[in-house]
Design a protein around this ligand. Structure first.
Ligand SMILES: Cc1cc2nc3c(=O)[nH]c(=O)nc-3n(C[C@H](O)[C@H](O)[C@H](O)COP(=O)(O)OP(=O)(O)OC[C@H]3O[C@@H](n4cnc5c(N)ncnc54)[C@H](O)[C@@H]3O)c2cc1C
Length: 436
């Protein structure tokens, strides 16, 4: 039987070294599980943008490994004003078309005024990080030789010797044999396509009808444009078929911006394209002064088309399993996609820690699937809905309906009892009845 010091009698290929692949690798290595990360890029890397983690994500990091939580603590930035410390977003109307003849969007409130705050309501931790810095911290925890770069998975096959092993085929013509494969290869996952089959409508991501501009503004500039309160704390500006959000990152040195808009279809095979400043300004021409100022201050007008996965019927087949965006890529409207990746890594690592044989690996994948699929797929659905709420498409522009909906919709994500989820997963793994 494997002990804390003897390696497990199975090895794992992790495909992809993003937040999912790296956090999973750190978690599995501390349980002495032999593994190799195959990353298509020539180095680990993240885009230069912010990502926000809610209380569930912060707790998941704590439970996976102090190393991951320390990385988060090192990089995280919360709202800069102590009075706003517990606020996820301050909600405001950003779109000038909502104002009545007196210039009001609600009694006594003008375009850009603070309407209400959505509070986290728990003290588990949270915060926004600059993605590249967070990834750099995670990479430090991956020992030399564990990751192989320039390895783009293009196909897999089961080894025909009764072992159930999997052979990974890479674009450079090389192959690698492993006892099990965990696909952490993101929204365009090759593992997912192989596992579900090309003809499954859920195999490939679909366009959500929304796109986003992402940008970073030096905090001093943001303060000059918007004032201290707006610039230094998280804001959400609602509008017609679009919304804009900001939050501080890099210990308050930078304001992260994501500005959303809508279009009926996405024909370009590229999902990130460069547009012109004029086109970006035109998208927000009818919006109020706060949003216009933010948009004008954004230097690099890249558009990100927002895609998501339709629900699939399983996250695993045999000893091949999906994790993170490869399993449940979502729109970002609840800021919970990466948090779900961390929860996945937690549950997967807890289960594989229990495993002592190849058969156990498949049982672990089964239990992981049962626990993680409903919750992560619910996030995909409710996130799509949240986007329509902020864009005046779900409750129209009725702020009296939008407010309770916005206030109430994140509780099930943030307040999850992860210890209970771990126990539930272990129970399924050990053959007990699942508690739903
Ligand atoms: C605009 C936007 C804003 C967001 N904001 C937030 C937020 O605030 N909070 C939040 O929680 N989430 C947010 N998300 C979601 C979050 O970014 C993702 O859920 C998370 O980054 C997914 O991580 P991942 O490691 O699963 O996938 P990825 O980050 O996509 O990593 C996949 C890795 O696999 C590699 N790879 C891909 N294909 C192959 C292959 N065939 N072979 C080998 N390697 C391969 C890639 O190079 C990459 O390194 C946002 C998403 C978007 C689009």
């Amino acid at each position: 039987m494997a002990s804390a010091t003897s390696p497990k009698p199975f090895d794992i290929a992790i495909i992809g070294g993003g937040i999912s692949g790296l956090t999973l690798a750190i978690a599995l290595l501390q349980h002495n599980i032999p593994l190799t990360i195959y990353e298509s890029a020539h180095t680990f890397g993240e885009i230069g943008a912010g990502v926000a983690f809610g209380p569930n994500a912060a707790l998941a990091m704590k439970l996976i490994s102090p190393k991951i939580h320390d990385a988060f603590e090192k990089c995280k930035t919360a709202n800069q004003w102590p009075s706003q410390a517990g606020s996820w977003f301050t909600a405001r109307v950003g779109d000038a078309r909502k104002a009545d003849k007196d210039g009001l969007v609600r009694e006594g409130k003008k375009v850009g005024d603070a309407l209400f705050d959505v509070h986290f309501g728990s003290d588990r931790g949270r915060g926004g990080v600059y993605r590249a810095h967070f990834l750099d911290e995670l990479v430090k925890e991956i020992p030399e030789g564990v990751a192989k770069f320039g390895k783009k998975l293009v196909n897999m096959s089961r080894v025909e010797d009764g072992s159930g092993d999997v052979e990974c085929h890479f674009a450079d013509g090389t192959k690698a044999r492993h006892n099990a494969v965990i696909g952490c290869d993101g929204i365009k996952s090759a593992t997912r396509e192989w596992l579900l089959g090309k003809d499954d409508p859920a195999a490939k991501a679909v366009f959500s009808g929304k796109y986003a501009y992402r940008g970073l503004i030096p905090m001093d500039d943001a303060v000059n444009l918007l004032g201290e309160e707006v610039a230094r704390n998280s804001q959400m500006f609602f509008g017609y078929h679009g919304h804009l959000l900001t939050f501080p990152i890099e210990k308050g040195k930078t304001m992260n911006v994501v500005a959303f808009n809508s279009c009926p279809e996405w024909k370009n095979p590229q999902w990130v394209i460069t547009t012109s400043k004029e086109d970006m300004n035109a998208d927000y021409a009818s919006w109020g002064p706060h949003v216009q100022k933010i948009i004008r201050a954004m230097q690099k007008p890249d558009i990100w088309a927002l895609f998501y996965h339709l629900p699939c019927s399983t996250f695993y087949k045999g000893r091949i399993c999906l994790l993170g965006d490869a399993a449940h890529a979502t729109t970002p409207h609840q800021g919970a996609g990466a948090g779900m990746c961390l929860e996945d890594s937690l549950i997967m690592s807890v289960l594989l820690k229990e495993a002592t044989s190849l058969e156990d690996v498949e049982r672990a994948f089964k239990a992981y699937d049962e626990v993680r699929r409903p919750r992560s797929q619910k996030n995909v659905v409710t996130s799509l809905e949240a986007g329509t709420l902020y864009d005046f498409e779900l409750e129209g522009d009725d702020l009296d309906k939008i407010e309770p909906n916005f206030r109430g919709r994140m509780k099930w994500i943030w307040d999850i009892d992860l210890d209970e989820e771990i126990e539930r997963a272990k129970k399924i793994y050990h053959g007990g009845a699942a508690k739903i």
